[in-house]
Ligand binder design. Structure first.
Ligand code: BES
Ligand code: ZN
Length: 388
């Protein structure tokens, strides 16, 4: 019976697309499926460029996204960036990587089988849409994996960061000698932009890839004796954001909270999509790490390029992603230096994201291993860096 209803809904959905039936019908279908409450359309305040805001419904949000617009949803966080504005000091990053001897032996421990087995389960949730019950379940599963990783090492803590929607963000903390903090982030939610509440969204590349990459870097970072004994200069946090796809909601909530509490974040690196190399190779270009150069901190980005050259065996390519493209933008808005790395030049990035076809079978785990080297290298170097 459920199967029959589901097939009917899927067929109707397909028809809605084929016939270009308006978004109001999509909304009605979502409600028939029963994942969203039957309420009059809630409105959200989005920011498409600095100072350019608009009130929209969820359906209008997804329509804008399908047209290629990026935005912050600032409904709950209109103040983000106002507390530290003008007071945030520029952070100076190391001239060059200095912990080669400690990091090289760790790199050998990075294991792509760990990443693929995590991604297998993670993409097995029908969707990780932040408002769905599946999204809540996938977050709980991820929380358990992070918890196991810390428990096995016997160090660190992990906490859910709760939101008003169903899916929590997750924060793992490795305390160092000071409260100066380095953040490594990825987003855990996925979305199918055609009918978020109904259609499958495996989100293998976006951003299952970043999620499992930073988890693997965390597992291996914890093999270092100095990290285990809290000898790092700084605290290192790993974040898995909820609701990036809704307009950077989870990361804005977190950095807004950090800003209010005067948290001293020295650097934030976001990894969102690090598994797809097909288009790069098909174009005859070399496999490389895409280093984003717009809306990021130039000093941190320059250091990350050195990290790629030191700890990866492929080069980097500079590329751009636009305003409010991923969660690093929330850290920047709060006045914290942030950077962003992706799988390739933006033009060769995965075009199957936000659909049922963002599957694991299209990903390159050797490439993800390169990103794990980068993440591990940066986390280690900045954990021991002496910031002012
Ligand atoms: N993973 C994407 C951003 C991205 C796209 C990175 C292509 C690398 C290559 C992210 O999840 C996303 O979809 N971002 C939105 C904006 C967001 C604020 C709603 C986008 O780019 O449309
Ligand atoms: Zn996305």
């Amino acid at each position: 019976m459920r199967g029959a209803l589901f097939s009917t809904v899927v067929a109707a959905t397909w028809l809605a697309h084929a016939l270009s039936i308006p978004d109001s019908f999509r909304a009605a279908l979502s409600r028939v499926h029963g994942q969203e409450p039957l309420v009059s359309p809630e409105r959200y305040l989005i920011e498409l460029a600095p100072g350019e805001t608009r009130w929209v419904t969820d359906d209008e949000k997804w329509q804008l996204r399908r047209e290629g617009a990026n935005f912050f949803d600032i409904t709950d966080t209109p103040e983000l960036g106002t507390a530290r504005r003008g007071t945030a000091a520029t952070v100076t990053f190391p001239h060059k990587p200095a912990y080669n001897e400690s990091i090289h032996p760790l790199i050998k421990e990075l294991d792509k089988k760990q990443m693929s087995s995590h991604l297998e389960t993670f993409t097995g949730f029908h969707t990780r849409y932040y408002k769905s019950d599946y999204g809540r379940q996938s977050s709980e599963w991820l929380f358990d994996q992070v918890n196991k990783t810390l428990t096995n090492a016997g160090v660190g803590t992990v906490k859910p960061f709760k939101h008003s929607w169903g899916q929590n963000s997750i924060i793992a903390t490795l305390p160092g000698k000071s409260e100066k903090t380095v953040v490594i982030g990825a987003h855990q939610d996925s979305i199918n932009l055609f009918l978020p509440s109904i259609l499958a969204a495996p989100g293998a590349d976006d951003d299952g890839s970043g999620t499992v990459t930073i988890l693997e870097a965390l597992r291996v970072l914890l093999m270092d004796e100095d990290i285990l004994h809290g000898k790092a200069e700084n605290t290192v946090e790993f974040h898995w954001y909820s609701a990036e796809e809704g307009g950077l909601l989870g990361s804005q909530a977190i950095f807004s909270d950090y800003e209010k509490h005067g948290r001293d974040v020295k650097a934030m690196l976001q990894t969102d999509m690090d598994g797809y190399t097909h288009a790069t190779l098909a174009a005859g270009e070399p496999e490389s790490v895409g280093v984003i150069t717009d809306f990021v901190d130039p000093g941190l980005t320059a250091f990350i390029k050195q990290i790629v050259s030191t700890y990866c065996t492929i080069p980097f390519v500079e590329t751009k992603c636009g305003y409010a493209c991923s969660d690093h933008a929330s850290a920047s808005k709060a006045g914290y230096p942030s950077a962003f790395v992706i799988e390739s030049d933006f033009k060769y990035s995965d075009k199957k994201i936000h659909t049922t076809e963002d599957k694991m079978e299209f990903l390159d785990f050797d490439h993800m291993l390169q990103h794990a080297r980068l993440t591990l290298g940066l986390a280690y170097e900045l954990a021991f860096a002496e910031f002012e």
